[in-house]
Design a protein around this ligand. Structure first.
Ligand code: FES
Length: 134
């Protein structure tokens, strides 16, 4: 599968739709880590849960735990990821937590069989070569 690198809107600043890859491949796993050209702190988790994609910052807003490794549960109709480090919960759709923390979330769309995420940095399924992130 080709890794995403799209800058479809050609915007130098602000968020643009980033081509990630085919829906068929990306829906085979519950979560994929998307590497950001802006650095490790801007990496994104792409979740696929109950037929829907969700994107949020990969590092927990509390202390940086890896949310791609968290458990996902539906609590009172709300899909949430639970951080594996201290079990804080984040709404997959809004990024809100039962704590006062807020996780950044990003728009996701499907178009022509591909998944796109709106983000200010380039996103890739593969790590960016050292020194080539920006
Ligand atoms: S690092 Fe995620 S809850 Fe503490």
């Amino acid at each position: 599968m080709a890794s995403g690198c799209g800058e479809e809107d050609g915007q130098a600043e602000g968020a643009s739709w980033r081509l990630i890859g085919p829906v068929a491949a990306l829906s085979s796993r519950r979560c994929r880590l998307l590497f950001s050209s802006l650095g490790r702190g801007s990496d994104v988790c792409l979740f696929y849960v109950k037929g829907e994609f969700f994107a949020m910052d990969a590092r927990c807003a509390h202390s940086g735990g890896p949310l791609c490794e968290g458990d996902i549960e539906e609590v009172e109709g709300v899909l949430q990821v639970f951080c594996p480090w201290h079990d804080y919960n984040f709404d997959l759709r809004t990024g809100k937590s039962g704590t006062s923390l807020q996780q950044n979330v990003y728009e996701v769309k499907q178009e022509d069989g591909n998944v796109h995420v709106k983000h200010s940095g380039r996103l890739s399924l593969e790590p960016f070569p050292v020194g080539r992130r920006s």
